[in-house]
Design a protein around this ligand. Structure first.
Ligand SMILES: [Zn+2]
Length: 130
């Protein structure tokens, strides 16, 4: 198992501020659209599916499955970049952590873990095998 990498504090802007505030409380939010009904990631004020501004924050389960992954073995501390498809629909770019990287498979079930970031930044959403 690789040592935990240092994670820079994420940039917080007005569009994503509620997400990070919830993350500090251990809650995982995504955005959904009340016009077309679809959820999206990353959080945006305007729905990327139908361009409606009728988006709202929705609690998400934090469960999903690996859509694709690559193990970054040449990094000083190897890590896994992955796309995870959430149970709620959207696919997000993330890291898979706290596991044997070589044993990971496409389609594997994963669950969200919030990882601390540097300074006093909000925790960052990552995933680990479920
Ligand atoms: Zn929409």
């Amino acid at each position: 198992m690789a040592a935990d990498r240092k994670i820079p504090a994420p940039g917080v802007n007005p569009e994503t501020e509620p997400f990070w505030a919830a993350a500090r409380e251990g809650r995982f939010l995504i955005k959904g659209c009340t016009n077309c009904g679809r959820n999206h990631w990353y959080p945006r004020a305007v729905c990327p599916h139908c361009l409606s501004e009728k988006t709202e924050w929705r609690p998400a389960s934090g469960t999903g499955e690996i859509y694709s992954l690559s193990v970054m073995k040449r990094a000083p501390e190897p890590y896994v970049m992955a796309y995870v498809t959430l149970a709620e629909g959207p696919t997000m770019m993330t890291n898979i952590v706290d596991c044997d990287f070589d044993a990971l498979k496409i389609g594997q079930k994963v669950k969200l873990v919030f990882k601390p970031t540097e300074g006093d930044g909000p925790p960052f959403p990552m995933f680990t095998p479920a």
